[in-house]
Design a binder for this molecule. Structure first.
Ligand code: ASP
Ligand code: MG
Length: 438
């Protein structure tokens, strides 16, 4: 059994939904769907109006969204009977959403609103598959996907419930479920954070010991550089889980970083595939390493670098702890760190508490802040025994000012910090040197 996940654009129009139906029809697999493209953003907007006690604003967005879904229903179904059922299903969800415009609105109601996108997209797909004569069984995510008191997925519960749901649907041709949504430890409707459908697929894959987890999008796998900035990028055919995790975190939008861990721990390969070109090979992510190969480059924008210099760091114990604790006190995660005997540089991508952090850090030394920076991340098999890759990277950037270089944190990555105006030049030059032998 495989787990196949389709994102918002893959179910974003009637035509695309039909393509997905064709793709999934052949196998007895579990299919995870996101909300149709743009829907979750609209649901966030609806919630914002309701928090601000503006039911008219919320109703306007609800009505606009409803029109889109009714059009979608007309275009999707072939028979009058199913078109009618599609309309009824749509009406059911939108009527329910409208009930939230009348009462108290809290975090609890917001999560229920946010869950509606995946419920509608899977509901419509389920109906369409039945219209096509495919006996698809719905596995309601709210009946098996659950997080614990630390907001972490509860794998034992998920596995137990999923197994009994699969058993109860033994005669089904295939299974369909919602990405992203879940219940929390208190039984309330909750979610796995924005972009969390990839995580759902991975958690399900681990729970059922799937032979493979497929993430279907509309690009032919992970590219070796960012196609928006560099010409002639190519899909990477194979990545190690840790290479994929670095790339997902440092900019490659195609895969959510949380998706990697459950698959890696259960040793289930993840394949990134393209709904527009289903026969293309895509990218396979597994526990295998390609010896000595540099694989890909990604960039993460809007980075701030903070340097703390202290004459007293020399031989001082506890200096780094105090610095890191300061970031922790303001719940600001650090991405990159480099140290020297007299100072330390850290980067953050969330500037919300920056002023307070800088203020506190002044207790320990002289603080400098550099804004508008970009982390360039090069991934591949970069074990320290391997020769030459550091030289290649540094050489590629010989004309670009580099603020920080970080290597040795993992066997799979070198990170460099440059100014955002140098980003494109850095990405291109690295591609030329590392992939195009220029
Ligand atoms: N629909 C959710 C979102 O837009 C989850 C997902 O697409 O993965 O964030
Ligand atoms: Mg996504």
């Amino acid at each position: 059994m495989k787990v196949l996940k389709f994102g918002g654009t893959s179910v974003g129009s009637a035509g695309r939904m039909r393509d997905v139906a064709r793709l999934i029809a052949g196998g007895r697999n579990i299919v995870v769907l996101s909300a149709m493209a743009g829907t979750t953003n609209s649901l966030v907007e609806i919630s914002e109006y309701l928090y601000k006690k503006n039911p008219d604003g919320a109703n306007e967005i609800i009505n606009k969204l409803a029109v889109k879904y009714y059009e979608h229903v007309e275009a999707l179904f072939c028979t009058a009977e199913y078109r009618q059922r599609g309309r009824e299903l749509t009406a059911h969800y939108f009527d329910y959403m409208r009930t939230f415009t009348k009462d108290l609105f809290t975090l609890f109601e917001e999560r229920v609103i946010l869950a509606q996108g995946e419920l509608i997209s899977t509901g419509l797909m389920h109906l369409y598959l039945h219209e096509q004569g495919i006996n698809a069984a719905m596995l309601p995510a709210l009946d098996f996907m659950r997080t614990d008191k630390n907001a972490e997925p509860d794998p034992v519960y998920i596995k137990d419930r999923l197994m009994s749901l699969l058993k109860a649907n033994e005669g089904a041709d295939l299974f369909i479920t919602q990405g992203y949504i879940c219940r929390n430890a208190y039984g309330e409707v909750d979610n796995l954070q924005r972009g969390g459908s990839d995580y759902t697929a991975s958690l399900i894959g681990a729970a059922v010991h799937a032979e493979e987890i497929q993430i279907w999008t509309d690009i032919d796998g992970m590219h070796n550089n960012d196609p928006r900035y560099v010409e002639g990028t190519r899909p990477v055919r194979h990545l190690h889980f840790e290479e994929a995790a670095e790339l997902a975190y440092f900019g490659a939008k195609i895969l959510h970083p949380t998706c990697i861990l459950p698959a890696k721990l259960s040793n289930i390969p993840v394949r990134l595939l393209n709904t527009m070109q289903p026969e293309a090979a895509g990218t396979l992510i597994s526990n295998a390493t390609d010896e000595g190969r540099v694989k890909a480059i990604a960039a993460k924008d809007n980075i701030t670098a903070i340097k703390i210099k202290s004459g007293r760091m020399l031989l001082a114990t506890g200096f780094l702890r105090k610095v890191f604790e300061t970031f922790e006190n303001y719940q600001t995660p650090i991405d990159m760190v480099t140290t020297s005997e007299v100072g330390v540089s850290c980067t953050i991508d969330n500037r919300r508490r920056l002023d307070e952090i800088v203020d506190d850090l002044k207790k320990y030394g002289t603080v400098t802040v550099d804004d508008n920076m970009v982390i360039i991340c090069v991934v591949g098999d970069m074990k320290w025994e391997n020769l030459g890759f550091e030289a290649g990277i540094v050489n590629a950037l010989k004309d670009i000012p580099v603020r920080m270089i970080s290597y040795g944190g993992s066997n799979y990555n070198v990170s460099l910090l440059v100014r955002s105006e140098d980003k494109q030049r850095a990405l291109r030059s690295l591609s030329d040197f590392l992939f195009n032998n220029k």
